[in-house]
Design a protein around this ligand. Structure first.
Ligand SMILES: [Zn+2]
Length: 172
């Protein structure tokens, strides 16, 4: 084998290994997950999450804008509920909304549920994790295509798992 040909073949093999390793580690959405709401009590969640996370998730809190390190994340991966670890958003649906909160145009199908929030003067659509019912944020109709929606999320209510790390086991 000529040296040049060997280098080309080795290069091709190395490229194939990189591609296949990315495939191995990218998260796949498990459509068979049990999404039945948990009956875990607020006291039990209090043992599993931080005080700040609890305030957002189970007390319908809102964090200060621009306070979340998740705002800056542009890597590929999955955003999971900070309480029960259910995957809620894929990084492909995250965008820079300029609001100071992590924003997405679409959740993973079936993973969030909504309710009408009348706590301010104008009505808003609240959304939460279907499994633990932890509050995530509000939906607004000024998002980008294809949905035109903005899921304005509290960063404290999510954890980012990059594609090269395994998703955590569900808890609660
Ligand atoms: Zn959850």
């Amino acid at each position: 084998m000529q040296r040049r040909q060997f280098i080309l073949q080795a290069g091709g093999l190395f490229g194939a290994l990189i591609v296949s390793s990315q495939k191995v580690f990218a998260h796949t959405i498990n459509k068979a997950l049990d999404l039945t709401p948990l009956d875990t009590s607020e006291n039990e969640w209090g043992e599993l999450v931080s005080k700040q996370e609890f305030h957002i998730l189970f007390d319908d809190g809102t964090e200060r804008p621009n306070s979340s390190p998740l705002n800056k994340i542009k890597e590929k991966g999955t955003f999971v509920c900070a309480a029960c670890y259910l995957p809620l958003f894929e990084s492909e649906t995250k965008y820079e909304s300029g609001t100071g909160w992590p924003s997405f145009y679409q959740p993973i199908k079936g993973r969030v549920d909504t309710k009408l929030d009348l706590s301010l003067v104008w009505p808003r659509t609240e959304y939460h994790c279907v499994r633990c019912e932890g509050h995530q944020g509000h939906i607004f109709e000024d998002g980008p295509a294809p949905t035109g929606l903005r899921y304005c999320n509290n960063g404290l209510a999510l954890k980012f798992i990059p594609d090269n790390k395994p998703l955590p086991e569900l808890r609660g």
